[in-house]
Write a protein that binds this ligand. Structure first.
Ligand SMILES: [Fe+2]
Length: 432
């Protein structure tokens, strides 16, 4: 509970909201910023005071992470799959997972299984002359036609579907989902034991590759995070004088609301983003980094309300572009960016859906860097709605609607077939 006696939220001024992309985003930004400031002021606090409380909380976590790194200690928690399957993960290990918001699951799949899936994907794309027919990045009209992609816009290979519907995946997803508060305010927000099989792509980055990496960003939304009624409720404690009660693990109001369309959108609610390694990867070969502080979202949400940010600017967040977390506005968070440890094929890597992440640059990469993106996206109204379009895409071999309409696999006869679905697969697609 908060030590601060906040007024009841019903006494606070209501917020304007936009359930679809505002026609004039800069004007909507000006309106929502004024309204959020007025609401915080009516709670008896100032924006600066609320921000300072959050900043102190985050700073102590940043200090802890920087100190651990300085001592050469690993920052990313690691849990063995065998302990998840046996139900023997210690309370301490789970507490560290919730503190850092990220995890490596060692031996999630047998190494040979993962390497077999990697070969299976190569066979699948080569047997369908994918490289000969590749038309360049679907989300970049002027992409380099003819070059081999690193991201394969492939969704329905036997390897991906076998992993998505496997018992081992279901167990890890249930374990991760259960770190969240999935029932609160008397509402069951999601079912932690049923995943929605969110289909995503494959990355295969070859030895010798040079890659500029990906800047620090986050993926749960853009302006909608401040502007839809559902997200305003999800982040209610940041704006109603009870910031101490903000809990990044509370799923309340996150599992039914709309999302503004965009090239980087994810229609699903994901408790964790994640991928499964299909090759060994050394920690210094252009790998994933996170800011391992789930509550960092509070800082990202409040920072634009301070007086040094232009009135029509949300610290660079706008529609149809990825949410940036840069040095200019978020130097404190960026200090905590921490990379994954060495990974073996068959390990999986997970991070809380609100967390800042980046991919380090690499030149002349040693070894392959191959992953299948498989998140934890538990069954909830939002994911059930998206599952309808996923089902259609699966049956026709199309690209899922969150992704560019490339549809390479429609005529590929050796894609994963409906008859090969097991109970988990059918439940995930809403076919039961
Ligand atoms: Fe991302």
């Amino acid at each position: 509970m908060s030590a601060h006696a906040a007024p009841t939220t019903s006494a606070l001024p209501a917020l304007p909201h936009w359930e679809s992309t505002p026609a004039d985003p800069p004007s909507a930004v000006r309106q929502i910023k004024a309204a959020l400031r007025a609401r915080i002021a009516a709670s008896g606090r100032t924006v600066e005071e609320v921000f300072a409380i959050v900043e102190r909380r985050i700073a102590s976590e940043v200090d802890e992470i920087v100190a651990a790194r300085g001592r050469g200690e690993p920052v990313w928690p690691v849990i063995n799959y065998a302990d998840i399957e046996a139900g023997t993960v210690s309370a301490g290990a789970q507490a560290l997972l919730r503190r850092r918001g990220c995890l490596v699951v060692r031996g999630h799949f047998d190494r040979e299984q993962a390497l077999g899936w990697d070969h299976g994907i190569v066979d699948y794309v080569e047997s369908n002359r994918f490289f000969e027919n590749y038309r360049g990045p679907g989300d970049d009209f002027f992409g380099s036609v003819g070059s081999k992609p690193e991201i394969y816009p492939i969704y329905w290979s036997p390897a991906q579907m076998q992993a998505r519907q496997s018992d081992r995946m279901a167990r890890v997803q249930a374990f991760l989902n259960s770190q969240w508060k999935h029932e609160s305010e008397g509402v069951p927000w999601f079912d932690p034991n049923r995943d929605s099989l969110y289909p995503d792509r494959i990355r295969r980055r070859p030895p010798g590759a040079d890659s500029a990496g990906l800047g620090a960003h986050l993926d749960p939304g853009t302006l909608d995070l401040w502007m839809t009624a559902a997200y305003q409720k999800a982040f209610r404690h940041l704006f109603d004088g009870s910031v101490e009660d903000y809990d990044p693990w509370d799923a309340a109001y996150r599992t039914a609301g709309p999302q503004y369309p965009g090239t980087t959108m994810c229609s699903a609610f994901r408790t964790f983003q994640g991928w499964t390694a299909l090759s060994d990867m050394a920690h210094d070969q252009g790998v994933l980094h996170t800011v391992p502080i789930p509550a960092g979202m509070a800082l990202l949400m409040l920072r634009p309300l301070l007086g040094d940010v232009p009135e029509d600017d949300m610290c660079g967040v706008t529609v149809n572009q990825v949410f940036p977390a840069d040095e200019k506005w978020h130097p404190l968070l960026v200090k905590a960016l921490s990379g994954i440890p060495d990974i073996r094929a068959g390990d999986s890597v997970w991070w809380h859906c609100d967390m800042v992440h980046s991919v380090a640059p690499v030149t002349n990469q040693q070894g392959w860097g191959n992953v299948m993106y498989i998140p934890a996206a538990p069954w909830c109204p939002r994911n059930e709605a998206y599952a309808g379009s996923v089902r259609d895409a699966f049956l026709s071999g199309s690209s899922p609607s969150d992704f560019p309409a490339e549809h390479y696999e429609r005529a590929w006869t050796n894609r994963f077939q409906p008859a090969q679905l097991n109970t988990t697969g059918r439940r995930g697609l809403g076919l039961t």
